[in-house]
Ligand binder design. Structure first.
Ligand SMILES: Cc1cc2nc3c(=O)[nH]c(=O)nc-3n(C[C@H](O)[C@H](O)[C@H](O)COP(=O)(O)O)c2cc1C
Length: 220
């Protein structure tokens, strides 16, 4: 189960949406966080916070807060229509969509929910003044989140990084007692994977996104 080579882990840490339901030992989570905390952050402010939720009632409440935003997302991108009437669309795509929908409906069954937050005062948002959506703020928390995903994969555990809980931030903060000044960055569902690990993930080739010297020039 356990991938041990760093490149192997980076290449095969897929989104897991079907779990066995077995609990995740607290010491495993602690081990992952012990290493994930060495992630970089702007000014080394380390503004991340993690709430690990195992309580069935709280998991159910979090799942219920996620679901309407998932449904809205399906509506907005046309996926709801695909699910209702798959016709002769690519069966792999339809299967993936169904799996993500089943996952959304049954989040409460995933044994460990990690609500990853960040202290807003600790963000260094160097692109805040530009006339476009800011992307830099998240850079002080998502390397930490990715470290968690890779660490879980190293431990042989599956995980799904999601963000559709973010629109429910006020309710989530009330539910978990998260103080002012702390924002929700990610909702990571964790557990033992029910299916075998895939042989490979579908990603663009290096030549499609990496350039040499000037944008668009082949890297070679
Ligand atoms: C920023 C971000 C937000 C995501 N949000 C969600 C989400 O809300 N729900 C979900 O089911 N998957 C979510 N995902 C998972 C993506 O769908 C997944 O990474 C992508 O489809 C690749 O799938 P794979 O890793 O299994 O190949 C998110 C991933 C990222 C990086």
């Amino acid at each position: 189960m356990g991938a041990t080579d760093l490149y192997e882990i980076m290449r095969c840490a897929p989104t897991t949406r079907r779990f066995t339901g077995d609990p995740v030992p607290r010491e495993t989570l602690r081990r992952v966080l012990e290493s994930a905390r060495f992630a970089p952050s702007g000014g080394n402010r380390q503004g991340w916070r993690v709430v690990a939720v195992e309580d069935p009632g709280t998991r159910r409440a979090l799942g219920a807060l996620y679901l309407p935003h998932w449904r809205q997302y399906l509506q907005d991108n046309g996926a709801a229509a695909v699910l209702a009437n798959p016709g002769d669309l690519d069966p792999v795509l339809v299967r993936r969509l169904r799996a993500a929908d089943d996952f959304a409906e049954n989040l409460h069954e995933v044994p460990l929910h990690l609500v990853v937050c960040v202290s807003l005062a600790d963000l260094t948002i160097t692109d805040a003044a530009l006339e476009r959506p800011s992307v830099v703020g998240g850079a002080s928390v998502y390397p930490f989140v990715q470290n968690i995903l890779l660490g879980l994969r190293f431990e042989g555990l599956g995980a799904a990084l999601t963000t559709l809980l973010a629109p429910a931030e006020p309710e989530v903060k009330r539910l978990l007692g998260i103080p002012d000044g702390i924002a929700l960055a990610a909702y990571v569902l964790v557990g033992a994977r029910a299916d075998p690990w895939p042989a490979r993930l579908s990603r663009r080739s290096v030549d499609e996104f990496a350039f040499a010297e000037r944008y668009g020039e082949p890297l070679g």
